[in-house]
Design a protein around this ligand. Structure first.
Ligand code: AGP
Length: 612
């Protein structure tokens, strides 16, 4: 939610910042802006709309050695030029970019108004920069000290970069809750919400911790805490290549990421399955065997697609390991005073590792003494660091706003966890463990086959139904959360209303919606409930509904009922989500493309939701 970029060094800062903003645009894309110093004056250029619009608005001959930029996802105030960042202090001496929310901004604003401050925007950020300016003047102190004092009055989450006209050779950054990375170069330094803007210049990175403030010049980085403790910068080497954040030959990031899934799963599994398929090694589990032997309940907390992965996890862990599982929306878990004991394991799932609801829910579980475990994709992210114990999905950067490969890699980790726990608790035979693990190890081949064999049908179905106003997605058992995920994918990128339902539950209400204009997608790949799903399919056909069925190769019965059949390779029941998700992703993709939607940056959304 909002992307931040800063540069200070010997190169021309503006093109670096603009390019960086484009790479961070997935975080928010309703307005963008840039601030720089020229001839001893602070200049701010900002525009509602995407970074491209800002770029067209900027003069081409700008040359400045320091600049900060921002791409916004609106929280306080509409996406207008005025509300876009950077914001200036009233005296035009300071500029700020901000990612996060200042919860007590209205109280601070009232105080500042009484002292004569006037505001041009509706944002909490303009309040913060005027508070910093006010403290700086009243205390007659340095910018770092003023920021320390101002932030001690602030409730909320932030990563900020502040530029001061009186100290043109330095940038000050601070962080709490929202991510902020410093890319360490040679006589140049970079600031960004993730590594993408500086990956081609340096792989040396400092992940700023909460409550830290850094003074950054081209040559130096000095870090203190909000209460003025000096910190030693810890520089890490990133293991990330530029091609991972570029589209390559694909039209969109989403399409690239859908096709990357087989490779992503190989990365997720790398080093985690023994060559004889007899054991599994998952970080954070092997180290906590005595707790896990007696764990009484597992609570999974997440949002959106990650929540759907959690639901798949419920079928997996209860089905394979026989441990009770609850899956909760992080936002609901947080505010209902949940019952958690020291014998419970709380698993937080998040692609970005920055989702505010999930992070807060995880911290609550920690406070209540649960064993907290994080499953994240982004290395060094807030949830990963706050959990302390956990594992990465290693799916690689996911830039399309709609989650695709992160879902299948999260499910893969949950399969590993359920197998691990099942073995630990003696709830699985050696043979069954071996069979599932072996099938999992080579599942990427079946995912590739799926991608190869379904393209034609999917495009034909998309062409027929892309004008539909509603879609229904049905599945039973472990395919039910897959149906939910399919419906979410369609909603978020094509803006068509879609609902996921347990197939049998359909007759308790949604069946009233079925008519010749209502396409229903039914997942019928699981042997254990296949006959029941066939009955649900018949119920739809009896009401003239259009039926698209996802079945295993060689299926004959569904051919007599459904209007369209998508065949996928057969696999173990517990692994089917890794296969059946793919046609749903591609169908949403092609429908959205035919409708002319921006699949990578759908309206109103942002990739990492860092506000509650
Ligand atoms: C899914 O396509 C969405 N982008 C969204 O639902 C997402 O899964 C949710 O916001 C959670 O994000 P996280 O996995 O980064 O925590």
């Amino acid at each position: 939610m909002c992307g931040i970029v800063g540069y200070i060094g010997s190169q021309n800062a503006v093109p670096i910042v603009i390019k960086g903003l484009k790479r961070l645009e997935y975080r928010g894309y309703d307005s963008a802006g840039i601030a720089y110093l020229k001839e001893g004056k602070l200049h701010v250029k900002k525009k509602a709309g995407k970074v491209q619009k800002l770029q067209e608005f900027l003069s081409t001959n700008l040359n400045t050695k320091m600049a900060i930029g921002h791409t916004r996802w609106a929280t306080h105030g509409s996406p207008s030029d005025e509300n876009a960042h950077p914001h200036l202090s009233m005296d035009n001496s300071l500029a700020i970019i901000h990612n996060g929310i200042i919860e007590n901004y209205s109280t601070i604003k009232e105080g500042l108004k009484k002292r004569g401050y006037k505001f041009k925007s509706e944002t909490d950020t303009e309040v913060l920069i005027n508070l910093i300016s006010d403290v700086k003047k009243n205390e007659n102190t340095t910018l770092v000290k003023a920021i320390q004092l101002a932030l001690s009055q602030v409730i909320g989450a932030y990563s900020i970069v502040v530029l001061d006209v009186s100290t043109p050779d330095e940038l000050i950054v601070a962080k709490k809750g929202s991510p902020l990375l410093i890319g360490v170069g040679k006589n140049e330094n970079f600031i960004a919400s993730d590594a993408a803007p500086f990956l081609e210049y340096t792989k040396d990175v400092i992940y700023l911790n909460d409550d830290e403030i850094a003074k950054i010049t081209a040559e130096t980085i000095n870090i203190t805490t909000v209460d003025n403790q000096i910190q030693t910068p810890y520089i890490e080497k990133m293991n990330l290549e530029l091609e991972a954040i570029e589209k390559g030959d694909y039209e969109t990031f989403m399409l690239k990421e859908i096709h990357e899934q087989p490779r992503a799963i190989v990365e997720t599994l790398r080093g985690r399955i023994a060559s004889d398929f007899s054991t599994i090694h998952v970080r954070g589990l092997n180290e906590n065997l005595s707790f896990l032997k007696t764990v009484e309940k597992i609570i999974i907390i997440a949002c959106g697609t990650s929540w759907h992965a959690g639901l798949v996890g419920e079928y997996l862990i209860e089905g394979i390991s026989r441990i009770p599982v609850e899956v909760e929306y992080a936002s609901e878990f947080l505010y209902r005073d949940p019952l958690i004991s020291k014998n419970d394991m709380v698993i937080a799932i998040s692609q970005s590792g920055e989702t505010a609801d999930t992070l807060s829910a995880l911290n609550l579980a920690k406070q209540k003494g649960a064993f907290v475990y994080g499953i994240c994709n982004v290395v060094g992210s807030s949830i990963a660091r706050s959990a302390g114990v956990g594992t990465y999905t290693h799916a690689g950067p996911e830039i399309g706003v709609a989650s695709t490969k992160s879902f299948t890699s999260q499910v893969t980790v949950l399969i590993l966890i359920s197998l691990f726990l099942a073995k630990l608790k003696n709830n699985i035979t050696k043979e069954e463990f071996h069979n599932i693990t072996k099938e999992l190890f080579s599942i990427h081949n079946k995912m590739t086959t799926t991608l190869n064999i379904i393209q034609k049908e999917i495009k034909e179905i998309a062409a027929l139904y892309h004008h539909a106003k509603n879609f229904l997605y049905l599945g039973r058992g472990i395919s039910f959360p897959v149906a939910l995920e399919g419906a979410l994918k369609l909603k978020e990128i094509s803006y068509i209303h879609a609902e996921g339902y347990p197939a049998a539950e359909m007759k308790h209400g949604p069946i009233a919606l079925i008519d010749k204009n209502m396409p229903t997608i039914i997942i019928a790949t699981n042997k254990s409930n296949y006959e029941k799903v066939l009955i649900n399919a018949e119920e739809i056909k009896a009401r003239s509904g259009k039926l698209i069925a996802i079945v295993t190769q060689g299926d004959t019965k569904m051919h007599h009922i459904a209007d369209h059949i998508i065949e996928v390779p057969e696999t173990h029941n517990f692994l089917t989500p890794l296969i059946t998700t793919i046609p749903l992703q591609l169908l949403s993709y092609h429908i959205a493309s035919l409708r002319g939607c921006d699949v990578d940056q759908p309206r109103n959304l942002a990739k990492s939701v860092t506000v509650e």
